[in-house]
Write a protein that binds this ligand. Structure first.
Ligand code: SF4
Length: 218
C-alpha cells in the first residue's frame, strides 16, 4: 500500500506538450528518478528524500478544488512517477471523484517506461530514453510516444522505436493506437533543426513544442 508520495511541486496550468497541449490540467510532479538523462531539465527532482510526503487524501482535496476551477485531468509527471506504486493513488482518486454530477477525473501519466507498471490511466505518454529503453508493455499500451531530440542519434532512435512498435502491433490484438511526436530539447538548436526536418519528411510524426516555456508559464 502506497498512501504517501514525495512531491516536488503541484500546480494548475495548461498542458504544454504533446497531444493534449493547451488543455487545463493539474500537474503533480513526483520526486525520484534513476533514469539519469544527461540533458534532464528537472534534475532537482531526482532525489526523492529531499521532498515532503503528501497523503493521497491531501492530494484528493486539492484535486477536488482544482477541478472546480477548470482542471479537466491530472498529469502525473516527475522525476519518473512509476518509481512509485500508483495503484492506491489511482484507485482512490478515481473512486472519490466519481460523483452524481461528474465522472471520475481523468488521470494522465508521463513516463520513460523503464519501471514496472502500476495504476490505471486515461492517457499514457511514453517518453523513451535511448540509454534506458522502455519495457515492451509501454510500447504496446501507451497513447502517445514523445521522443526528445538532441542529436541525430535521437532521430535514429525515434525510427527504431517506431519499427519496434510496428512489430508489436503485428504480434498482439491488444495494441493501442498511438500518436508519435518528436520534441526538440529546450536549449538545443541542433535538436530544433533535426526535429523540424524529421517531422517535415515523416508525416506519421508530429512536432511537439514545450509551449508552456514560450509562454513563461509553469
Ligand atoms: S526520465 Fe525524465 S526526470 Fe528522469 S532523468 Fe530522464 S528526463 Fe529527467
Amino acid at each position: 500500500m502506497t498512501k504517501y508520495l514525495p512531491i516536488v511541486e503541484k500546480f494548475h496550468s495548461l498542458q504544454g506538450e504533446g497531444f493534449h497541449s493547451g488543455k487545463s490540467a493539474f500537474f503533480i510532479r513526483l520526486a525520484g528518478c534513476e533514469v539519469g538523462c544527461p540533458w534532464c531539465d528537472t534534475k532537482h527532482s531526482w532525489n526523492s528524500k529531499k521532498y515532503p510526503l503528501f497523503s493521497i487524501d491531501t492530494l484528493l482535496s486539492e484535486i477536488l478544488e482544482v477541478r472546480l476551477k477548470g482542471a479537466s485531468f491530472i498529469v502525473l509527471t516527475g522525476g519518473e512517477p512509476l518509481q512509485h506504486n500508483l495503484d492506491d493513488f489511482c484507485k482512490i482518486i478515481k473512486n472519490e471523484t466519481n460523483t452524481k454530477k461528474n465522472n471520475s477525473i481523468k488521470i494522465h501519466i508521463e513516463t520513460s517506461g523503464v519501471n514496472n507498471f502500476s495504476g490505471f490511466y486515461d492517457w499514457i505518454t511514453l517518453s523513451p530514453k535511448r540509454h534506458k529503453p522502455p519495457k515492451d508493455y509501454f510500447l504496446e499500451k501507451c497513447n502517445e510516444i514523445k521522443v526528445i531530440i538532441n542529436d541525430s542519434k535521437d532521430i535514429q532512435f525515434a525510427q527504431d522505436i517506431k519499427e519496434k512498435v510496428s512489430k508489436i502491433k503485428k504480434q498482439t490484438n491488444t495494441y493501442k493506437e498511438k500518436k508519435f511526436f518528436v520534441q526538440p530539447a529546450w536549449d538545443s538548436n541542433k535538436g530544433y533543426r533535426l526535429a523540424i526536418n524529421f517531422a517535415k519528411a515523416n508525416p506519421d510524426w508530429t512536432l511537439s513544442l514545450q509551449t508552456h516555456k514560450y509562454l513563461s508559464i509553469q
